[in-house]
Design a protein around this ligand. Structure first.
Ligand SMILES: [Zn+2]
Length: 435
C-alpha cells in the first residue's frame, strides 16, 4: 500500500520529485544554478569552512511588519467557494468508536489546522461520508512495519461543495480540518488498499490543577495570581513555600508538577516569538500541543508527546527540550541551515503552519527571517497558489546536496513587510544540539 502522502496511489501519477515541490516544475537539477548564492553571510573562500555560522546578533529581526498574520490561517489558496460546517463534535473521553483513518507522514496534534486536497475516489468517498455523519476521521502516522497505534481525530470544518472538481482530469476534493482528540487504535476493522478503518479508544486528557490546590491555605488565596512576569512568579513561589510547609514535601518537588509554572517557563523561552508578533497560548493543555506542533522536533519525540495523557508530562519534556539551544540542519547532508532563534511567525497560529500544495502534498512549513546554506531556483518567483497572500515563492534547495528545503517568499507589494522571509518544510530539516 502506498501511504506516502495525501493522495491515493491508485489515481496518482505524481512521483516523489514532483511531490516535494510546491508546483510541479521541471526537475530541480535543471532549474538550479549552482552558483546562485542567496546568503550574504556565507564565506566561500579558500581556507575557510564553506558554511560559517554567523554571529546571530548581527542579523536584524524584521520590524515594521505590515503583513496580516491571520491570512495564512484561512488557507485562501484553496479557493473561496468552500462550504462551512457549523458546530463541533466532542467525543467522550474513553469511549470506543469506529473511525475511518488517513495515514499521514506527520503527527497531527489537537488544535492543529489540517488543509487537504484529495484526489483518490476511495478517500473522497470516505470524507464525504464523514461530512454526512459527525465530520470526524482519524489521522495516524505511517510507521515501521505498521502504522502507529496512536493518532488524533480531525474534524472537517470547511469543504468544497459537491466535492468534485474536474481539474487536470482528476477528481479533486478540498477541505480544512482541525485536530481534536487523541486516540489509540485497538483493532483494525478494514485495511483494503487505501480504505482503512479501526476501532479506537478516545484517550482522556487528564487536567491537573496546581499541586497545592487541595491542601492550600485559604487565607493566602488573595495573594494567588496567574503569573505574567518574573516578579509575579517569585511572589507565587513565596506563597507556595508557605503552602508546602503544611505538607511532608518541600515546595520544589511540587513546582516540577505545577502546570502554571511549567507554562510560564516555556513561554519565557519562546518570548522572542511574541515580540515578533506571534501569539502563544497560555492554557497549559493548549500550550503543550502548540509547542509540540510549532517547535522542530524529531518525529519520535513528537509521537512520545502525543502519547502522554497529561499536559504536565508534555510540558516537562518540552521545557527540557527548549532549554537546549538547537540548530537546524539539512535532513539529507546535515549542513547548517538555521537556528530556532531565527524563527519568525507569519501565521497567527504559530511559526509552523500546515499547508497543502496543488498536488495534494502537505507541507508543515516553519517560517524564518534568516537561513543559510540554501540556494534558489532560477525560475521567476510565483504568486500562484501562494500560502502567504501578497508574497511570491521561489523554490529553495540545500546548497550542499540539492535536497528540497522550502521556499523563499518575496513581497510583491512595496509596502508589505517583511519584504522577504523563508518557509522551510519540516521534513527537510532535523535538529542538532549546538556544539
Ligand atoms: Zn543538504
Amino acid at each position: 500500500m502506498d501511504i506516502d502522502e495525501d493522495y491515493d496511489s491508485e489515481e496518482s501519477d505524481f512521483d516523489e520529485r514532483s511531490a516535494v515541490e510546491v508546483y510541479p516544475h521541471s526537475s530541480p537539477d535543471e532549474d538550479f544554478e549552482s552558483s546562485s548564492d542567496v546568503s550574504t553571510l556565507e564565506l566561500d573562500l579558500p581556507g575557510h569552512r564553506r558554511y560559517v555560522e554567523p554571529n546571530m546578533e548581527d542579523i536584524p529581526v524584521p520590524t515594521d511588519n505590515t503583513f496580516d498574520v491571520t491570512l495564512p490561517a484561512t488557507h485562501s489558496y484553496l479557493g473561496q467557494n468552500l462550504e462551512e460546517v457549523r458546530g463541533r463534535t466532542i467525543l467522550d473521553d474513553g469511549i470506543y468508536i469506529n473511525l475511518p483513518l488517513l495515514i499521514k507522514q506527520s503527527v497531527l496534534f489537537p488544535g492543529q489546522t489540517l488543509p487537504m486536497t484529495v484526489f483518490g475516489a476511495h478517500t473522497i468517498d470516505m470524507l464525504q461520508n464523514c461530512i454526512q455523519n459527525d465530520r470526524t476521521f482519524g489521522v495516524v502516522c505511517y510507521g515501521h512495519p505498521e502504522m502507529e497505534r496512536i493518532g488524533t481525530t480531525a474534524e472537517i470544518y470547511e469543504y468544497t461543495d459537491g466535492g468534485v472538481w474536474m481539474d487536470h482530469g482528476r477528481r479533486e476534493f478540498r477541505l480544512k480540518a482541525k485536530g481534536r482528540q487523541r486516540f489509540k487504535i485497538l483493532r483494525i476493522i478494514t485495511q483494503d488498499h487505501n480504505k482503512i478503518s479501526a476501532n479506537v479508544k478516545v484517550l482522556p486528557e487528564i487536567t491537573l490543577g496546581p499541586p497545592f490546590l487541595d491542601q492550600r491555605l485559604a487565607s493566602l488565596d488573595r495573594l494567588r495570581v496567574f503569573p505574567d512576569s518574573e516578579e509575579d512568579m517569585k511572589k507565587q513561589e513565596r506563597v507556595q513555600n508557605l503552602d508546602a510547609a503544611v505538607t511532608a514535601w518541600p515546595a520544589w518537588v511540587y513546582r516540577q508538577y505545577d502546570p502554571i509554572r511549567l507554562s510560564f517557563r516555556i513561554r519565557q523561552h519562546l518570548q522572542f516569538l511574541e515580540t515578533r508578533g506571534g501569539s502563544i497560548p497560555k492554557d497549559p493543555v493548549d500550550l503543550s500541543f502548540w509547542v509540540a506542533q510549532n517547535i522542530l522536533m524529531d518525529h519520535d519525540e513528537r509521537l512520545t508527546l502525543l502519547s502522554y495523557d497529561c499536559a504536565i508530562s508534555r510540558l516537562q519534556r518540552e521545557l527540557k527540550y527548549l532549554m537546549e539551544d538547537k540548530i537546524y540542519v539539512c535532513v539529507n547532508c546535515e549542513s547548517f541551515i538555521g537556528t530556532q532563534s531565527h524563527m519568525f511567525p507569519m501565521n497567527k497560529e504559530g511559526p509552523q503552519g500546515t499547508y497543502v500544495n496543488p498536488g495534494g502534498v502537505i507541507h508543515e512549513t516553519i517560517t524564518f527571517y534568516h537561513v543559510q546554506g540554501v540556494m534558489l531556483s532560477d525560475a521567476a518567483p510565483s504568486t500562484e497558489y501562494s500560502w502567504f497572500p501578497g508574497y511570491a515563492w521561489t523554490v529553495a534547495i540545500c546548497k550542499s546536496c540539492h535536497h528540497h528545503i522550502g521556499w523563499k517568499f518575496t513581497a510583491v507589494l512595496n509596502n508589505l513587510r517583511p519584504k522577504t522571509f523563508w518557509g522551510l518544510t519540516r521534513r527537510s530539516l532535523k535538529n542538532n544540539k549546538k556544539k
